[in-house]
Write a protein that binds this ligand. Structure first.
Ligand code: URP
Ligand code: ZN
Ligand code: ZN
Length: 467
């Protein structure tokens, strides 16, 4: 099957220009100047020609942080790999990297096996896994090497959630040490969980049980402190470090300082920290529960620092931390006690559109939009240039984006298996029009034309982002 995408503006991390794309089977076969004689020849012999006049043509988005079908907070995240990857496709994301969890007392490999079974045969788009280490032992450290050889080259540890995933500084140091020999990338959830638990206990003792107290008991300084500690542990071991879901100015300041002294320190932020704020957790009634995630939404003042970080490359990636829980029956578990609200927000479908609003508002350039949502995640997690690029030999994961379209975000029209949207009623510019996943058109003419199981597990190489 040979398809030509003609007449569009190819947008990559390097810029934008009029380029036509030839897809052959699952791969990008060639590029040529738009409206050239070569393009005319292609169009004559192609099986399909897609007119992208007036549209952007870009590498499919890569969401490097999702939690499909994840047991957490006494319930399970509402999107399965089937529904979540289909929603991702609708939003122009053609690959996700989810997290396989090692449960305490069990092995890393058993966790990976369990998550592979959850995803196998049901995904709409390609996928890969990071591994969550919740039990650092001699065995799990050795298993890190095995997973790296299998293409799972990044490992997340938590400085938050004591009693659940929490890792001590000793655990983190040992995992980082191992990463320096096997080449893995250590990902850290940076919040001082021990101090936060003490603050939470005091709040509950005062009868402060509403959703807003989820935010007020997890101060940004506790994220900054943990980020700095993780960075210093990484410095001592020499391991590269990636801080996930960075939400606040103090944590960003720690990253900037590390990068300025030349450390291989990277960070991602998420749309919720760029567009939502602590005020949302204070909505009347129990509505605030819809906005409970960890780290929490911050006072609006932090947003300008995050946009700046995206511009200066101190924030390299925008991922979603998609971890949806329905308001009915799931978020409602925390009525009367905010600590029982399952932590996490839906967003896998909205990420490309929301970050495009940063282009519309002049916060970032068009090329930077593609870089932080596709190319950088590909490089960070060892997928480039198979993913994150539209270049000869790359997988034909391609989005055709209509910059002139207008839409209103709503739970009534989204495809995530969750009964609310954090962005309900938000009017935005731009819309995903067509999506190719490895050469197959899976979104087009307002319909999903893919199928469960089209998405395959993609083994990854070591990070290509290190300096
Ligand atoms: O609230 C969140 N972020 N839920 C998912 C788990 C995590 O910490 O990433
Ligand atoms: Zn986390
Ligand atoms: Zn997460």
């Amino acid at each position: 099957m040979r398809t030509v995408i003609a007449g569009g503006t190819l947008v990559t991390a390097d810029g934008a220009c009029a380029v036509d794309v030839l897809i052959d089977g699952e791969k990008v076969a060639a590029l040529t100047a738009g409206a050239s004689s070569i393009s005319a020849q292609w169009r004559e012999s192609a099986d399909a020609v897609v007119d992208a006049t007036g549209k952007y043509v870009l590498p499919g988005g890569i969401d490097a942080h999702t939690h499909m079908d994840m047991p957490f907070g006494g319930t399970t995240s509402a999107d399965t790999f089937e529904t979540g990857t289909r929603a991702a496709a609708w939003g122009g994301t053609t690959m996700i990297i989810d997290f396989a969890i090692q449960t305490k007392g069990s092995s890393l490999l058993a966790g990976m096996d369990a998550w592979q079974k959850r995803a196998d045969g049901v995904c709409a788009v390609d996928y890969s896994f990071h591994a969550i280490i919740s039990d650092v032992t001699e065995t799990s450290l050795k298993e890190m090497d095995v997973l790296v050889a299998q293409g799972v080259t990044s490992f997340k540890l938590f400085m938050a959630y004591p009693g659940v995933f929490y890792a001590t500084d000793r655990d983190i140091l040992q995992a980082m040490d191992r990463a320096t020999s096997n080449g893995a990338l250590i990902m850290i959830h940076a919040e001082n969980g021990i101090a936060i638990d003490a603050i939470v206990a005091s709040a509950l003792a005062r009868g402060q049980t509403d959703p807003i107290f989820h935010g007020l008991t997890r101060p940004a300084e506790m994220e900054g402190e943990a980020a700095n500690r993780a960075i210093r542990l990484a410095q001592v071991t020499g391991a590269p470090l990636y801080i996930v879901h960075l939400s606040s100015a103090p944590a960003l300041a720690a990253v900037v300082e590390a990068r300025d002294r030349g450390q291989n320190t990277f960070a991602e932020t998420c749309p919720q920290y760029l567009f939502l704020s602590q005020d949302d957790m204070d909505r009347p009634g129990f509505e605030g529960a819809k906005f409970v995630c960890t780290p929490p939404l911050r006072p609006r003042e932090h947003q300008a620092a995050l946009w700046r970080g995206l511009r200066t490359d101190d924030l390299s990636v925008v991922a979603t931390d998609h971890c949806p829980f329905c308001f009915a029956e799931q978020k409602e578990l925390g009525r009367g006690d905010f600590t029982k609200i399952p932590n996490g927000l839906p967003g896998v479908e909205n990420r490309m559109d929301l970050i495009y609003q940063g282009v519309v508002a002049g916060e970032i350039s068009l090329a930077r939009w593609v870089e932080v949502t596709s190319t950088n995640p590909a490089k960070m997690f060892g997928l480039y240039p198979r993913k994150g690029a539209v270049a000869p030999g790359s997988d034909a994961d391609i989005v055709i984006y209509d910059p002139a379209a207008e839409q209103t975000i709503s739970a009534a029209t989204h495809h995530m298996a969750v009964d609310y949207s954090c962005y309900e009623g938000m009017e935005i510019k731009g819309r995903v029009e067509t999506v190719f996943s490895r050469g197959r058109r899976i979104i087009g003419d307002g319909a999903y034309t893919g199928e469960p199981g089209h998405g395959r597990f993609v083994p990854r190489r070591l990070s290509q982002a290190l300096r």
